[in-house]
Write a protein that binds this ligand. Sequence first.
Ligand SMILES: C[S@@+](CC[C@H](N)C(=O)[O-])C[C@H]1O[C@@H](n2cnc3c(N)ncnc32)[C@H](O)[C@@H]1O
Length: 188
Amino acid sequence: MSMDSPEIEYYPAQPSFEPEQSHLLEIGPGRGDFLFHLAQQNPDSRVIGVEIKPRRFEKLKVRLAMLGLQNICLCRGDARVVLPTLIPDQLFEKIYILFSDPWPKRRHAQHRLFQESFILELLRVVKPSGIVFVAHDDPTYHQQIREKFSRFPEWEFSPAGIDFQTFYAEKWQREGRSLISFSYKRVA
Ligand SMILES: C[S@@+](CC[C@H](N)C(=O)[O-])C[C@H]1O[C@@H](n2cnc3c(N)ncnc32)[C@H](O)[C@@H]1O
């Protein structure tokens, strides 16, 4: 991640936010299958996709232009920078973080997205009663995510996850990995 430029880039343009409008966020859309699905299923919502990798961002731009979806804004940058820089308080109804962390090993722990500070930031940007959906394929990391969220009484766990096969969900299922999806609702 340190190789990535710290600046944020936007496509088609830097968004301005209307608090009355419904907003959804995906962090780490990768190829964008779920992001585009989300935008198609929620035509009245503004969908924000935050992708850290420049090459993936470029491919997302091409796919978005081809699909012609008007309700998506792409941001290229680290979600840990983009959220505090761009996003006002209590904006999102739903946030999706699906197979975002390629950091399974213990020595990678400091790179992982789900640190306490990031979970606090999610709390700031989600609406009251907003929901964060998480999917992961690593049982150890899964427990760590659960443990980190459990430190905040504002988050209520639910086993209800997403019902969409992302690119990585399909790939890892073919490889015989077991996938876990669950969610947290902001209750206070
Ligand atoms: C394993 S892929 C999963 C892609 C997609 N969600 C899926 O399920 O097919 C992880 C994606 O998250 C992105 N990512 C990882 N950390 C990120 C961060 N801090 N901010 C934004 N994107 C991030 C990666 O660049 C990559 O595209």
